[in-house]
Ligand binder design. Structure first.
Ligand code: A3P
Length: 349
């Protein structure tokens, strides 16, 4: 493990697992709030997801989350101190987070770790082990670990933008950092969620997953408010928030990796282009490549809720909803999305 003194001499991002060797707990989120927060949490509106062993979600400032996460959301809002060079990868679960995490790490760390290197961290670690997961750290009171990381720090969150106000300050205010958000066609997000959740909660009916999304009562939901928070910020401050779509990444991964690199202030040089660095990053982070790594074939994303890492790499296509949803389900989801996103300039065609 690197020491803090050793770390300060390095340039970020460094693989988080190498400096915070807490096993897989880097992504762990507590199921229940600690004793001191029970009062705050139990006063909030509650809903349970029957098919997920009656998982309790609480509505905190308009967003539903596992109750163990509420204190983390409050702490993030109060205490997160971004550095100007920070980059935060944000998303709703099952919208391409793992892919973007891998691409962002490979892009930002390419000088220390060329994509073709045999010892590249993505060849020995799951992509999520390379980045600190903000709510996991804040939930466990371990956010001090962030202070020791060299700049630029690359971090990951599913929290809505409203919970990390320091990241993109209000108009005119200074400070803040850069945020890269990925969204996905909501019907495909639901299909992906259902397949993933079922690995741990086999009783979750597909209709229940659709209901959660349409009612807004899904973890980190409602999806429309989550997406709109980042969408509006990207329109107001395009230099602070890069808004990506999973489907666009599928269509043109290299073009989007170049956008990402420009956005974080590390555009590819002509020499790098000639050396095929962009192609190398895209190949290293492709679904087949990541799926084939030993680190992604075994183990769990979160050792508490035993989601297998290999479940992060399923089909990786657009429009899978067509083979899962009844026409009525699809109409309902489209109706909710159209209604909630009306006049925002954002649509899912
Ligand atoms: P599907 O379940 O539709 O296949 P997340 O990382 O946010 O949990 O998202 C998971 C989704 O991204 C899954 O979608 C998964 O297959 C897909 N995915 C993971 N890695 C990918 C990659 N390298 N390229 C394309 N899609 C990927």
């Amino acid at each position: 493990m690197a020491t803090s003194a050793g770390l300060s001499a390095r340039v970020g991002p460094v693989p988080f697992k190498d400096v915070e060797d807490a096993g897989d707990m880097v992504t762990a989120v507590p199921e229940r709030p600690s004793e001191e927060h029970v009062g705050l949490v139990s006063a909030l509106p509650c809903c349970t997801v029957a098919g997920m062993s009656n998982m309790k979600l609480r509505c905190y400032q308009g967003f539903w989350m596992q109750e163990g996460l509420v204190p983390a959301a409050a702490a993030l809002q109060r205490r997160f101190e971004p550095r100007p060079s920070d980059v935060i990868v944000a998303s709703l679960p099952k919208c391409g987070t793992t892919w973007l995490v891998a691409l962002a790490f490979a892009t930002l760390a390419r000088r220390a770790y060329p994509p073709g290197a045999a010892d590249h961290p993505l060849r020995r670690l799951n992509p999520h082990q390379c980045l600190p997961f903000l709510e996991g750290l804040f939930a466990g009171g371990r956010e001090g670990k962030l202070d020791a990381l060299p700049s630029p720090r690359l971090m990951n969150t599913h929290m809505p933008l409203a919970m990390i106000p320091g990241a993109v300050p209000a108009d005119g205010a200074g400070g803040g950092c850069r945020v890269v958000y990925i969204c996905r066609e909501p019907k495909d997000m639901v299909v992906s969620q259902w397949h993933y959740f079922r690995r741990v909660y086999p009783d979750l009916a597909f209709g229940e997953a659709v209901d959660m999304a349409c009612d807004g009562t899904m973890p980190w939901g409602p999806f429309w408010d989550h997406v709109l928070g980042y969408w509006r910020a990207s329109a107001a401050r395009p230099e602070s928030v890069l808004f990506l779509r999973y489907e666009e990444l599928l269509r043109d991964p290299a073009g989007n990796v170049r956008r990402l690199a420009r956005f974080v202030g590390l555009p590819f040089s002509a020499a790098e282009e000639e050396d095929g660095v962009v192609r190398g990053i895209v190949e290293l982070c492709s679904l087949d490549s990541l799926r084939g790594m030993e680190a992604n074939k075994a183990g769990y994303v979160d050792p508490r809720i035993k989601f297998p890492r290999e479940a992060l790499f399923r089909k990786g296509v657009a429009d899978d909803w067509k083979s899962h949803m009844t026409p009525e389900m699809a109409r309902r989801m489209d109706g909710v999305a159209a209604d909630k996103l009306r006049a925002t300039g954002l649509a899912f065609p």
